[in-house]
Design a protein around this ligand. Structure first.
Ligand code: ADP
Ligand code: MG
Length: 314
């Protein structure tokens, strides 16, 4: 059976401006679950999910908790989101008709403590604020904030993933026919020193981890599902247009927004270049068409010609 890594956007599981109630997120997950259950019947499936909105919410709750003397570090909060979103996905995908087993692996992602990303936070977490509110929170909580489109959000360091500690376990589970949810929120960021792992204050981008995992697990297809149907060239300009099939050489000539589309394009290019296989970026709502090759932005390496022109599910 062919192998697929699907990255699910945290923002698609909780849309901008939506109330973060459990019911709201469960409803979104219930909508995507049938599509994922169907994919799981045809592919060896690895699901990596984002957690930007969710981890930011937990961080704010912990900072406001007067019973604590210190907030929780980001690696610990990422672990909490892995459990919660993994649980909801397991249950919803099972209820949607998955025939086999599904498991969530709490995952640690090694980063380099000297990564320059620690000096320049780019990863958006939590909800959106207007500029005034955001700057007020930055002052009172010691946050860094940045504009995410028309709104403002907290930003945290997002170093690149070096290694996924649990990838051999994921490989073993796939071999047993288990659908695996792993590297949720890109995995808990850890440093590795003299064989010891330690959590570190960062949120790795799930798109980069998905590409790394897809490469390490020798996946046939990497699919990055988000809340827009395609990568837009000239985003926010009068010449804006969606990209269909592009090569890495074509797409890397353009700059894409840090912390949102930038990491998706970079991750897709990384996978396409390293493996000669196809990476697709598209909408969660179009999951079947994106996998079938009829929707989303397909990125291939110019150096390799993909073995087949479409990647039909059969
Ligand atoms: P996710 O949670 O799926 O990772 P992100 O917010 O990180 O979602 O990335 C998707 C968002 O990127 C879109 O909703 C859109 O607002 C933004 N975006 C920025 N640049 C582009 C672009 N060139 N094409 C499409 N969307 C873009
Ligand atoms: Mg993102």
């Amino acid at each position: 059976m062919r192998r697929i890594v699907i990255a699910l956007g945290g923002n698609a599981l909780l849309r901008r401006g939506e109330i973060a109630d459990a019911r709201v997120q469960l409803d979104h997950i219930a909508q995507v679950a049938p599509g994922l259950a169907e994919v799981a019947g045809q592919w060896e499936l690895v699901i990596v999910h984002g957690n930007g909105p969710q981890v930011g919410m937990l961080a704010l709750e912990r900072e406001n908790d007067r019973a604590l003397t210190a907030t929780y570090p980001l690696d610990a909060l990422v672990a909490e989101t892995q459990g919660l979103l993994g649980y909801w996905l397991q249950q919803s995908i099972t209820n949607a008709g998955l025939t086999g087993q599904i498991a969530t692996v709490v995952t640690q992602t090694v980063v380099d403590a000297a990564d320059p990303a620690f000096a320049t936070p780019t990863k958006f977490i939590g909800r959106s604020y207007d500029a005034n509110e955001a700057h007020g929170l930055a002052a009172s909580h010691g946050w860094r904030v940045a504009a995410d489109g028309d709104h403002w959000r907290r930003v945290v360091p997002s170093p690149g993933p070096v290694r996924v500690i649990e990838s051999p376990i994921v490989e073993a589970l796939l071999g047993l026919g288990v659908t695996v949810i792993c590297a949720g929120g890109a995995g808990c960021a850890v440093t590795e020193h003299d064989g010891r792992l330690n959590g570190i204050e960062a949120v790795v981008d799930k798109d980069h981890v998905a590409a790394l995992l897809a490469d390490v697990l020798d996946a046939d297809l990497l699919v990055i599902l988000t809340d827009v149907p395609a990568v837009i060239s000239g985003y926010g300009t009068p010449t804006a247009h969606p990209l269909g099939h592009v090569t890495v050489d074509e797409i890397i000539t353009e700059h894409f927004a840090e912390g949102s589309m930038g990491p998706k394009v970079a991750a897709a290019c990384h996978f396409a270049e390293r493996t000669g296989r196809v990476a697709v970026i598209g909408a969660l709502d179009d999951i079947a068409a994106v996998i079938a090759g009829t929707a989303g932005t397909r990125i291939t390496s110019a150096a390799h010609s993909p073995t087949e022109d479409t990647h039909d599910v059969r």
